[in-house]
Design a protein around this ligand. Structure first.
Ligand SMILES: C[S@@+](CC[C@H](N)C(=O)[O-])C[C@H]1O[C@@H](n2cnc3c(N)ncnc32)[C@H](O)[C@@H]1O
Length: 255
């Protein structure tokens, strides 16, 4: 972690923060986020391409939080063997106790630590989990994700990726993050290099545009996503004053 910045983990002991974050996640446990809908369709297409190994394909969601994506995947693609991992032990305990997530394996994991040997997943997913890492940490995380992926397996991410040769690190200090939390908006080129070093090839980026309007929060102290319409009918997605270059990414583990 860069000097002077806080990581996501620093906020989990803050009851006020966790109450707000849980309320956010609970909203999307029942009604799926549009970005998760696209993520699931990407996974569906990759599953259809992957040769059948004679057992259910294994998928791991790293930074799974309350397991919303896994719950939706369980409904949409019931043939997958699903696992979730997160650095926060409390959310892992909650996931294990949640009857809607029965049958899914959950483990506490810090992706910045080397993974246990022997696990190999056909699909490794990170959903809004990489933007908190600086480039050095991201390199480490991707190498560990590469070690978790089976040769020929897929990495699927949803994060802040953009086509400009411009590194942006923005520290938000807000009601939700009173001690500051740094977000990294990453050029495709940086991701391509780090993915290559981590053993992945053929990266493909698909910028994500919300198909619905999200109203701005009426309270300026509430920092959440909202859309601004463009003349061509498209929508830009903001978080407070921060433009969010949301993007889906796929890359394949070298064989
Ligand atoms: C913004 S949340 C996204 C949660 C969920 N994937 C979603 O899409 O709503 C980022 C998640 O990554 C987890 N996380 C942060 N650092 C991590 C690390 N080093 N290893 C594993 N998980 C981490 C956090 O605890 C949190 O649940």
């Amino acid at each position: 972690m860069s000097a002077g910045t806080r990581s996501f983990k620093d906020y989990v002991d803050d009851a006020g923060h966790m109450a707000l974050y849980r309320a956010y996640q609970q909203r999307y446990a029942r009604s799926i986020r549009e970005s998760d809908r696209v993520l699931i369709e990407i996974i569906r297409a990759l599953v259809a391409k992957r040769p059948r190994p004679g057992r259910p394909l294994r998928l791991l969601d790293v930074g799974c939080s309350t397991g919303n994506l896994l719950g939706h995947l369980k409904q949409a693609l019931p043939g997958l063997a699903l696992s979730g991992a997160d650095i926060v032990s409390e959310v892992i305990a909650e996931c294990r106790a949640n009857p809607d997530l029965a049958g899914i394996q959950f483990d506490e994991m810090n992706v910045l630590n080397p993974p246990a040997a022997g696990s190999s997943f056909d699909l490794v997913v990170t959903n809004a989990a990489l933007m908190f890492f600086d480039d050095d940490e991201l390199g480490v995380a991707l190498r560990h994700l590469g070690a978790l992926a089976a040769p020929g397996g897929w990495f699927v991410a949803f994060d802040y990726f953009h086509p400009f040769e411009q590194r942006v690190a923005l520290t938000e200090t807000s009601r939700l993050h009173p001690h500051g939390l740094t977000f990294h908006l990453r050029p495709y080129g940086v991701m391509q290099r780090l993915l290559e070093e981590a053993g992945f090839e053929s990266p493909a980026f698909r910028p994500f545009h919300l198909p619905i309007d999200l109203p701005p929060p009426s309270d300026p102290g509430q920092i959440s996503s909202y859309t601004v319409s463009q003349q061509d009918g498209g929508r830009l997605c903001f978080r407070g004053t921060l433009y969010q270059p949301w993007c889906h990414l796929t890359a394949q583990r070298r064989r």
